[in-house]
Design a protein around this ligand. Structure first.
Ligand SMILES: [Zn+2]
Length: 437
């Protein structure tokens, strides 16, 4: 088809040549086109893409891909937030950065690079934390796309966008598209705040990795990682107690590696390597460029579909909202519906049930909030219906309440009582109903 048949906006056909193919998607009807949702092929969806204001959170591995994809899909008004600066180790996959950029803020360098390559696209960087911005800031956007590696930041933006929803104002509903990768695995999901399952509803999908019990490390290791952890946790403490372990010091890693290797040989375990030692000790999950590319592509596809209604997006109420990619076993994706939870502390209104041993202490309970997959709170503060049970800050409240930590729960609470848990990292109040086992 001649380029002239493609509708043009803001200039000549030549200028739109770059978007010839996406313009074709938007200027013709199709089998999957969402006509019920008001899709009218032609100028309108093209203008929708150009005028949509998109916020990208994260300008790292996923963020570079997302910014590039959005700009090349025809989005022209993009903002990006990232608090990090570029490290030399980012350069193998964060392709918007060069050696000369090391030490510079990721958001600024990424924005400038994409703007130079895609004229007409404006990317406004903000170097800082998402928590620096208020509700009015987030209200200006139509879609939020996250490419983050922090669960805490995801939970914060999720709670903020749920809070933003005003039933009287449909524009206050900001679709949230979240991408995440870990090695060969990744996910992309779409959330319509308050309407569909939110990140907090899905928190147990991201359970903290189970720690290996110390006894396994000390007695019978089964995996190469156990031998490394043994060298790391037990042997270092025994033999080099006076030296602080520096995970960036090759001599320290070599020492651990040799200890781990000897132990592995003793138990006939193969697979201990220097780089595995480094990975286990630094708790690094390898970042894989292709996984980032796949997940970012899926996220940007959803953004494009939401902005144009040219095809049904995932995430509509009652439909699939979560795409899981597992590249370590095969090239495999699975899309399913994660349901909204009535006892979600962010988008639900019921307290979660919490079964506790009545003779265990408040201290045990406080500690358990860090490990519970559905809470993952590192500094929980607890209040019962009548009183403060425990506060880790401010110091005065801590002094008043820390005596409770050693008390058994049945002395402080009654069966069926509701407690409110807060954490300085989140604005959410986590409500629990305590049941004695
Ligand atoms: Zn929720």
């Amino acid at each position: 088809m001649a380029a002239a048949a493609v509708p043009t906006t803001n200039g000549s056909a030549t200028r739109r040549a770059r978007w010839t193919y996406s313009d074709r998607i938007l200027s013709r009807p199709g089998a999957y086109v969402d006509e019920e949702d008001g899709f009218v092929p032609g100028e309108a969806p093209i203008t929708s893409v150009e005028n949509a204001r998109i916020l990208v959170i994260g300008a790292g591995g996923l963020g570079c891909e997302i910014l590039k994809n959005l700009a090349l899909s025809g989005f022209k008004k993009i903002d990006v937030i990232d608090m990090d600066t570029i490290d030399v180790s980012n350069l193998n996959r964060q392709f918007l950065f060069r050696e000369k950029d090391v030490g510079q803020p990721k958001a600024t360098v990424a924005a400038n690079f994409v703007m130079k390559r895609v004229p007409g696209c404006t990317i406004t960087p903000y170097v800082g934390k998402i928590q620096d911005k208020d509700q009015d800031y987030y209200l200006q956007f139509n879609i939020v796309v996250c490419g983050l590696d922090s669960i805490e930041a995801r939970r914060w933006i999720n709670a903020t966008l749920v809070d933003l929803v005003d039933m009287e104002n449909p524009d206050s509903l900001k679709p949230l598209i979240d991408g995440g990768t870990e090695g060969f695995k990744g996910q992309s999901r779409v959330i319509f705040p308050t309407m569909t399952s939110c990140i907090e509803c899905q928190l147990d999908m991201h359970a903290p990795r189970a720690a290996v019990p110390l006894c396994t490390l000390a007695s019978i290791p089964r995996q190469p990682q156990h031998c490394i952890e043994w060298a790391h946790i037990i042997k270092w403490e025994e033999e080099r107690k006076d030296v602080t372990l520096d995970t960036d010091d090759p001599e320290h890693i070599t020492w651990l590696y040799k200890k781990a290797l000897a132990r592995a040989q003793e138990y006939n375990i193969s697979g201990v390597t220097y780089s595995m030692t480094q990975g286990v000790v630094k708790n690094i999950i390898p970042a894989i460029a292709s996984t980032n590319a796949i997940i970012a592509a899926s996220c940007c596809n959803e953004a494009y579909k939401i902005a144009t209604t040219c095809a049904p997006c995932i995430g509509m109420p009652g439909q699939n909202n979560y795409m899981l990619y597992t590249g370590d076993t095969s090239v495999y994706t699975y899309t399913f519906e994660h349901q909204k939870k009535d006892d979600c502390p962010v988008c639900g209104n019921l307290p979660k049930d919490l079964v506790v041993n009545p003779t265990s202490t408040l201290g045990d309970l406080v500690e358990s909030f860090a490990e519970r997959p559905e809470s993952q709170l590192k500094k929980p503060n607890l209040r019962s219906e009548g009183k403060s049970l425990y506060y880790s800050s401010p110091a005065s409240l801590m002094a008043q309440t820390k005596g409770n930590l050693v008390k058994p729960l049945n002395e402080l609470l009654s069966d069926g009582e509701e407690i409110a848990v807060t954490d300085p990292a989140f604005s959410t109040v986590f409500k629990y109903r305590v049941h004695f086992s």
